[in-house]
Design a protein around this ligand. Structure first.
Ligand SMILES: *[C@@H]1O[C@H](CO)[C@@H](O)[C@H](O)[C@H]1NC(C)=O
Ligand SMILES: [Ca+2]
Length: 224
């Protein structure tokens, strides 16, 4: 009985949303295990926008955002591919690639990705600059139980991590919406102005679980 109560309390603790404003996740070492699992407040998406800021010096492949469902491990994945120097969105297990990014190390980059299942178009915004709108996947929505992971790339639902695709560095301001944001809304996000937080993932009210060595730290680690 006591044990059940304790377990219930621990679970409640883990699930309580936290306000991470001004904070970041620090991923300080290469592993195939350390990650943050985010809990989405909604499931089933006919459209989505995912925005995040990241800071790394990696010169290899690395996943920035990995969302899997039971039907596909790459239902919404953002990954940098070093060999071809391209950012790849994968949606519904289909990928496309964006080249020509000035993806410099050791500085913050704001990256937003929008997609909607009606047109099937994906578009990325790199430090507020839009890429072209490309066809990726139309007709079917992102449906069913989702697992969202930062720090690792899922090859299976909630697992199948590869050290060589892990993220090392800092990540902040992760938001997800169940619709596509307008260019002006994206600009406001990039500038850190008064934007409407994500209604699927809200950095100001984030439910998450940390596994392994990932720290929550103040974002202001350098003097401006
Ligand atoms: C995001 O979280 C903040 C802080 O709890 C809250 O005020 C705001 O309404 C939330 N926004 C959405 C869209 O859920
Ligand atoms: Ca992989």
């Amino acid at each position: 009985m006591k044990f059940v109560l304790l377990l219930a309390m621990l679970t409640a603790c883990a699930a309580a949303p936290q306000d991470l404003s001004g904070k970041m996740f620090t991923f300080p070492q290469q592993t195939a295990t350390s990650h943050v699992r985010l809990t989405a407040s909604k499931q089933n998406f006919g459209a989505a926008t995912v925005c995040h800021r990241s800071f790394t010096d990696l010169k290899r492949d690395h996943a920035l955002f990995s969302l899997s469902t039971t039907s596909s491990s790459n239902d919404f994945l953002i990954i940098w591919e070093e060999a071809n120097k391209e950012m790849e969105p994968h949606i519904k297990n289909v990928k496309t690639e964006y080249k020509g990014w000035d993806y410099k190390g050791n500085m913050w980059h704001s990256i937003c990705t929008t997609w909607d299942s009606e047109s099937g178009l994906v578009q990325m915004w790199f430090d507020a600059q839009p890429t072209i709108r490309k066809f990726i996947s139309a007709g079917s929505t992102i449906a069913g139980s989702t697992i969202i992971i930062l720090g690792q790339e899922q090859d299976s639902h909630g697992g199948g991590f590869d050290m060589k695709q892990s993220f090392i560095g800092m990540m902040s301001d992760v938001h997800m919406w169940d619709h596509t944001l307008s260019p002006c809304e994206i600009q406001k996000y990039v500038d850190g102005l008064n934007f409407t937080p994500g209604n699927v993932l809200n950095w100001s009210s984030l439910e998450f679980q940390i596994t392994g060595r990932v720290l929550i730290e103040d974002k202001q680690k350098i003097c401006y």
